[in-house]
Design a protein around this ligand. Structure first.
Ligand SMILES: [Zn+2]
Length: 123
């Protein structure tokens, strides 16, 4: 059965963010960004920690179980050097009767075979 990916790509979860959650390194910052959004949707704290730069990673990371992420739109993926990039996105969420949206420009850097999230500026 086709299970669409949480990140809103046209791919299946297994072929898209599921690969990264299973250990395949992200090929670029946008792919990492998508996989982190999917990890938020799935409550995959271990993956969020692993894909977060050691110096900015919150310890412990606790997710709000009432907050449901309902959509992701990538506005721009901008390489800023050979090993750094930014991704601007909007993510929508719902929590009980409340709905909201988060627009952020996130910074990423290459680390090992993949990429990690550093931090972001909320628009
Ligand atoms: Zn995906």
């Amino acid at each position: 059965m086709f299970e669409p990916c949480d990140c809103g790509s046209d791919l299946s979860y297994v072929a898209c963010c599921g690969r990264l959650h299973a250990g395949t390194p992200a090929k670029d910052a946008e792919e990492l960004m998508r996989s982190r959004y999917s990890a938020y949707r799935r409550g995959n704290v271990a993956y969020l920690m692993k894909s977060w730069a050691a110096e900015t990673r919150p310890v412990p990371l606790s997710l709000d179980p009432t907050q449901e992420w309902t959509g992701l739109k990538i506005h721009r993926h901008t390489p800023s050097g050979p090993d750094t990039a930014t991704v601007k996105f909007t993510a929508t969420w719902r929590s009980g009767q409340k709905k909201g949206r988060l627009t952020e420009t996130s910074r990423f850097r290459r680390e090992g075979d993949g990429w990690v999230y550093i931090d972001g500026i909320v628009a």
